[in-house]
Design a protein around this ligand. Sequence first.
Ligand SMILES: *[C@@H]1O[C@H](CO)[C@@H](O)[C@H](O)[C@H]1NC(C)=O
Ligand SMILES: *[C@@H]1O[C@H](CO)[C@@H](O)[C@H](O)[C@H]1NC(C)=O
Length: 256
Amino acid sequence: MSVLISSFVFVIQIFTIFADLPPMTKCKVSNSTCLKTMAQTAVPVFAVGMPEINMEPLDVMEIDIVKVDLAGLNLIINDSHVKGLKKTVIDKLSIDTVKKQVNLVFHTDIAMKGLYKASGRLLILPISGDGQVSIKLKHITLNTEKVSHLLKNREYVKVEITMPYEVTKNSEGKDVIDLKSYKYKTDVKTDAHFQLSNLFNGNKQLSDTMHTFMNENWKALVQEFGRPLFEVPTARIFKSIKAYLKTHPLKEIVDV
Ligand SMILES: *[C@@H]1O[C@H](CO)[C@@H](O)[C@H](O)[C@H]1NC(C)=O
Ligand SMILES: *[C@@H]1O[C@H](CO)[C@@H](O)[C@H](O)[C@H]1NC(C)=O
C-alpha cells in the first residue's frame, strides 16, 4: 500500500513545487477518505501524463482507430481526440488488501471527436456516411468497484472497473503494486449527444432524420454500441494507473 502513497507523495511534491500546495501526510491504506483526496490531487498529473514512466496523456487522449462491428453497424472512427478526463471528480478510492483489489469511482464529462466511416444499420435505420463525428457524454462515472448502490440514484453514464493486484518487488527490492487486470462495465443514465457530418452523401433531410433519431435514442445507442467506444479509453486509464503504481514504491504512497 505504500506504493500508492509514494505515488501521491510524488504528485504532491510536483504540486508543492508548481502550485505551492501544503505538503500532505501519507494516507493509511485503510483510510479511503484520505485516499480519495490524494487521488483527486493526482488527477491533473494523470491527465498530462508522465512519458518517462510510460504514462501517456489521458486528456487530450488520442486514439488512432476504433472499430465497431456490431448489430448490423459497421463503424470506423479514426484520429479521434477524447477530452474531459482532466475534470474528473474522484468519488472513491479504496484498496482492499485482503482481496487485493484497487477500487476507484469517478465521474466526468467526455467529448470525442474524430473522422468516421459508417455503413449498415443503426438500430432500425439504415446509415451511411463518411466525415466528422462528435460524441458528447455528460457525467461519465468510472467505477472500479461493484458499488452500484453508490450511484444508483444519480444520472450518470457509469463505468465500473475492478483491478486485482499482486505486491511484487521492484529492481531495488521495494514493494510495488502490480495491477494484474481490470474488469469494467458501463451503465448509461445520462445525456449523450451525437453529431456526424456528411451523412448520406450530404442529404440534409436524411441526415436531420438520423440526428433526431440518434439524439432521441442515445440511451439505446450507448447501451448497444458504447462498449467498443469505452474499450480504448478504459485500457489507457488502466495502463496509466498500472505504470504509476509499478514505478512508485508502496511505502512512499501509503502507510500500510
Ligand atoms: C483519514 O484521513 C483523514 C484525512 O484525509 C483524516 O482526517 C481522518 O482522521 C483519517 N481517519 C482515520 C480513521 O485515520
Ligand atoms: C481510417 O484509417 C484506415 C487505415 O489507415 C483507412 O483505411 C480508413 O479509410 C480510415 N477511415 C476513416 C473514416 O478515416
